[in-house]
Design a protein around this ligand. Structure first.
Ligand SMILES: Cc1cc2nc3c(=O)[nH]c(=O)nc-3n(C[C@H](O)[C@H](O)[C@H](O)COP(=O)(O)O)c2cc1C
Length: 212
């Protein structure tokens, strides 16, 4: 831990010009996402999801981006979890992607809504059976007595549903984040990073460059 003060990376990998950024942040997101995937970033669709409860208390965790549909960012989770409870109280959320090999960060702010149940069910059906059983077993974010309790419940449900289609739990499903601000950060030498931000005004995106 004594090395922390001396730990630093000089970012020289790429640049982000206005010309590359264009005027459509969703198109730029898709381009950067495909580059992160090609580069072999581990879990390129992992993003931090920040929520805030009604008392202004923030909370952050990683979830997986599972779709960019109708220009909205989708993820799946348990609606009764900590994040689900925060979202019930406050629809404002933020997402962050960090792709270290590309020396890039994307920050998204927006409002979140539940996706239609049929769409959650369509995704639930294509998940591996083990993940379906996991979702059925886990009352996400609640206290469990022990690891054994969880495993026993999993095995019981596995037997109960053997040879049958596993139903999507009532409390499980997708959320969709409608972005109103998207910022692209490209690391540059000397900490003079490129930051280009798009803010939504009605149907248009207003583009600006920010000081690093
Ligand atoms: C790489 C990675 C991917 C994850 N993906 C998801 C996900 O897609 N959905 C989810 O509910 N939790 C996911 N998790 C677990 C969450 O980070 C978190 O532990 C869980 O959702 C409970 O959060 P909460 O108590 O704040 O609701 C993931 C964790 C990691 C490290």
């Amino acid at each position: 831990m004594n090395d922390l003060a001396h730990m630093r990376t000089n970012y020289v990998r790429s640049v982000l010009s206005e010309e590359t950024a264009g005027f459509d942040p969703l198109a730029l997101f898709s381009l950067w996402f495909s580059e992160a995937k090609e580069e072999g970033e581990l879990e390129p669709n992992a993003m931090s999801l920040s929520t805030v409860n009604k008392d202004g208390k923030p909370s952050v965790r990683i979830v997986l981006l599972k779709g960019l549909i109708r220009n909205e960012f989708q993820f799946f989770t348990n609606y009764s979890s900590h994040k689900g409870k925060d979202i019930e109280q406050n629809r404002n959320v933020a997402l962050t992607f960090f792709w270290p090999k590309m020396e890039r960060q994307i920050r998204i702010e927006g409002t979140v809504t539940k996706i239609p149940k049929e769409e959650s069910e369509a995704y639930f059906k294509i998940r591996p059976r083990e993940s379906q059983l996991g979702a059925l077993t886990s009352n996400q974010s609640s206290v469990v007595v022990s690891r054994e309790e969880l495993e026993t419940k999993f095995q019981t449900l596995e037997k109960e549903w053997e040879g049958k289609e596993i139903p999507m739990p009532e409390s499980w499903g997708g959320y969709s984040v409608s972005p109103n601000k998207i910022e692209f950060w490209q690391g540059r030498a000397g900490r003079l990073h490129d930051r280009i931000v798009f803010e939504r005004k009605n149907e248009n995106w207003i583009r600006s460059r920010l000081s690093p």
